[in-house]
Design a protein around this ligand. Sequence first.
Ligand code: ADP
Ligand code: MG
Length: 659
Amino acid sequence: MGGSTEREAPAGDATPAAILRTSSLTPDALVVTVPGIGPTTANRLADVSVTSVFELAAFFPRRYRALRELEAPDESAIGELVRMQGEVRSVSMQWLPGRRSMVTVTFACADSSTFQAAFFNQPWLKKSYTAGQHRTLEGTLLKKGKRFVISAAKVLPQGAVADGEVQLRYPEVEGISSPRLQKWIAHVLDELDWNLVTLPALPSGLEEMSLSPRELLLAMHRPKNVEQHEQARRHFAIREAIKLFEAVERARRARAQRPAATFAVDPEMAERILARVPFELTAAQDAAVQTLWLKLAGPGAMGVLLQGDVGTGKTAVAIAAGLAVCRKDGMVAFLAPTELLAEQHYTTVSGWLKGSGVEVALCTASHRRKLPRKGPRIVFGTHALIAGDVEMPGLGLVVVDEQHRFGVNQRMKLVNKGENPHVLVMTATPIPRTQALVSFGDLDVVTLAARPPGREAVRAFHLPTEKWARAMRSIARAVKREGRVFVVCPAVGQEGEKGGVVRVHEALQKKFRCALVHGRIKQSERQRALALFREGIVDVLVGTTVLEVGVDVPEATLIVVVGADRFGIATLHQLRGRVGRGRRRGMALLCGPRTERVAAICATTDGFELAERDLALRGSGELLGTQQSGFQELLALDPVEDLDVLRRVREAVRNQDPQ
Ligand code: ADP
Ligand code: MG
């Protein structure tokens, strides 16, 4: 926001200009009524859920951390967001491995101290800086060795007025530049017929604002100061939280208020069920199973979130619960996030239940047979299970594995296929408290705190890219000891692209017996690759993150992650959970630059500690980054800062009378 732009007149403004101007925009009109917005742009806006004029006015920018204005780099400001001016001293460019480039610009401040800014993969920038130019930069101040560096620097256009006190940034909309977006929003704010704008009443227990909708919206886009913006932001945060919790509350009510089938387990049946699991349950698993059995015996439908770190043995707990349902001819639907995982569960559990009379079936996009329609059965599947035409007579229990990939609404689609079935959601991804509230607010939490014996946490070690030879030696060593090795790469990669999984596979194939899996490989071949690996016909499985969730090969002792800096904390933690599942201890090697995320994974094996670290590192911009998490469309609510808002709104929504 330019500090010099005209600010809004107060509501009820009666200047001659305002009276003469007839407001031309109605809030419910489509965005194409805004001058300059055509059908193509309207489609792009629809992607971010903006279709009406009002929604455009409610497309809020976020405030970012206050900037510190510095005359010169200062030790005390390291790690903070700063703004500095400097004169360009020198510009250099370097090519990095993988056709990446880095342009480094050195600036001198008035007191002749210097700082640098690095720009990656924009080689053309080399030409846009010439010695002697004055530029203003914003970014995080860091110190590398003896030099000060501004990281993730934003360079203000030459001659631009620096932002005022409140730093606002609009969310990116694909295909629309920020200045254009801001122009349209400004137009809407100026031309909207505010008499027609009303905001729905809040549930009781949440305080209404004395400000008008116009004042609130203007405070979001053109605040005079941080306090004014914060006040309006909190108000809209409450409104967003209401939307989030209404879905949660619908799920909770649906379960609590309708009759549900009960499945009691007597001691004899308990013994028969546990005999089907090919190992002794740990005390933690046993306690969880007992809790689930009690809840299945009623009253009402069970809704449980089973939380346990990677490798704590959640599958066996779910199957023990499922078998209680199967004893009464019920059906269990087991939703997995990937085909690979669905197939693997299907294979494992088929083995456990051979000759038991319980039918085990699989339903994925590439494996859609007719499902058995009656009798005791467990159906494993992916999204394909949710599809409308899949019927599930007798559905007694829905299990959702690795829930972080599914939102409340997807879960509900499956639940609605039955007559109020019981629900068990399982997750290993450490969930920050805020997400737990929103995604699982309708569920009771059961935690698996301990791991099965001999399955220790997997430590991770960092390996700089240039030490790749060491990774090769570690792989060779693991293979020599008859361990299996996963090698994970960030992308499939075009033929010949460096770093791509195909290339890495080619390189490793010269030395080891390898198989390859990634998203573009046919499912039958993927399955074959996995089988070869599982049976030890190949020792090294190279793949993309399709390997991430749940692949269970007990002989795997080493996982090497290429380009580890490109993965998030949750993914890295999941990946290391792929090894050390057998008798021998596992290890993870993270190759690439040592980022803070990589360092965090190396520093601790505690998933819950990592979850909070993750959130702290990412800030609140994107939480967990999944499409369905429900946080994607938040504009005002800050899932980190607004924990108290979430709690209050949850209370209010809970106590509200159902409409
Ligand atoms: P997660 O909680 O990550 O889903 P899994 O259910 O896949 O974990 O279990 C991890 C591994 O530990 C599997 O190989 C499983 O067979 C094994 N396992 C689970 N429980 C036990 C147990 N009580 N004793 C021995 N091995 C177990
Ligand atoms: Mg699992």
